[in-house]
Design a protein around this ligand. Structure first.
Ligand code: PLP
Length: 391
């Protein structure tokens, strides 16, 4: 047996695993210290009541012979795909139910979609960004070209006509910088992809946090995108489903390469390797898209965004440069006093007992920057900000 040697090209450990290891070592050496995490992007508020009711009803159905269900539909139950089509309709994006694939979260689909692309495609990945895009392509041995995000381009890299690539990742709102592409800049990417026969993998996991109505929340709000983009979204941050697990991927019928519809390839891949998300979870997800459920979810998002506002206000008062926090749950700050991002991580951990995420973990351009998240408990956020002020 020969191993996949591409794995040897990966960094030692996944960023968040490394952060967790450092924190647990510090805790072991300093028992009794109360650590507050504004680090990993995990939600803290409970599920919306509408979701709980729907999942409870579904559990009861599974307990009765007449309503019990076994394997579900491969692409996800029709009721959920209809609800998602309705959600997109409100964005003026018209999708067919057969263009939507329900999965167990955006992370799996973002990794798995690579099955349908040849490994000889060159991949364009923004830097800094969510590390999963880089790692999954390293595992497959693809050539990666990084697109620099920096303060000059507001961490929103734009296409360079001299660079040719087959696969392009865009994450908007971006994790970790909180930057959001406006329609004009996104159109440049759509035009580039169409000209180069490339495919954009558009990660909109944080679309529900966009409050500026002028900003796009789906790439399909851009003319031509159905011919060049696959969109990935998730209920993880939208509806607090990080532990429940449900997401969806949109592969439009208009998207073909080499005469082959990618929707068919992805369906073939999914029917072979994936047996769906549980009925109970899909009923919960459906409830999240109902009018009542969505209003409850928006309340939770509003709570997190108030945390973001408090963090932003504190950083402003301290004279620390930052971005994000207005249309995303992430605040991206420049480490004070010229510290490197891991130096600042250590300083915050040991002197303030606050955990954040070093920007360098999201790519070379993240060096010197740091990510805080707004997903914490309000009192914890306030306490963490007091501690940061004090140091
Ligand atoms: N995409 C981005 C940009 C994320 O930040 C995350 C999770 O943090 C995901 C995808 C994965 O989400 P899921 O929980 O749906 O797998």
């Amino acid at each position: 047996m020969n191993i996949n040697e591409n794995y040897l090209n990966l960094k030692d450990s996944y960023l968040f695993a490394l952060v967790a290891k450092k924190v647990s070592e510090y805790k072991a050496q300093n028992p009794g210290k109360e650590i507050i995490s504004l680090g990993i992007g995990d939600v803290t508020l409970p599920l919306a009541p509408a979701v709980i009711t729907a999942m409870g009803d579904a559990v009861a159905e599974m307990g009765r012979g007449a309503t019990f269900r076994g394997y579900g539909e491969y692409q996800g139950y029709m009721f959920l795909r209809e609800a998602i089509c309705g959600y997109y309709g409100k964005k003026d994006v018209h999708l067919d139910k057969s263009e939507i694939f329900i999965g167990d979260g955006a992370k799996s689909d973002l990794g798995n979609i690579l099955d349908i692309f040849s490994t000889d495609n060159t991949v364009l990945i923004p830097d800094p960004v969510y590390p999963v895009y880089v790692d999954t392509n390293i595992m497959a041995g693809r050539k990666i070209i990084y697109m620099n995000g920096n303060t000059e381009n507001e961490f929103l890299p734009l296409p360079d006509s001299r660079i040719k690539a087959g696969i392009i990742y865009l994450c908007s709102p971006n994790n970790p910088t909180g930057a959001v592409y406006d329609k004009g800049r996104l159109k440049l990417w759509v035009d580039y992809a169409l000209e180069n026969d490339a495919v954009i993998l558009f990660d909109s996991a944080y679309e529900a946090f966009v409050r500026d109505r002028e900003l796009p929340t789906s790439i399909y709000q851009i003319e031509g995108a159905k011919r060049c983009a696959i969109e990935f979204c998730s209920l993880s941050k939208t509806a607090g489903f990080t532990g429940v697990r449900c997401g969806y991927t949109v592969v439009p019928h208009e998207l073909t390469r080499g005469g082959v519809p990618l929707n068919e390839l992805w369906l073939r891949r999914q029917t072979t390797k994936f047996n769906g998300v549980s009925y109970i979870v899909q009923r919960g997800a459906e409830a999240a898209f109902s009018d009542g459920g969505y209003a409850q979810i928006k309340e939770s998002i509003g709570y997190y965004m108030e945390n973001a506002r408090l963090i932003a206000e504190a950083l402003k008062a301290l004279g620390i440069w930052f971005a994000g926090g207005e249309n995303s749950p992430y605040i991206w700050l420049r480490c004070p006093d010229g510290m490197s991002s891991w130096e600042y991580f250590d300083a915050l951990l040991t002197r303030a007992n606050v955990v954040g995420t070093p920007g360098a973990g999201f790519g070379a351009n993240g060096e010197g920057f740091f990510r805080l998240t707004a997903f914490g408990d309000r009192d914890d956020v306030k306490k963490a900000l007091d501690r940061i002020r004090n140091i």
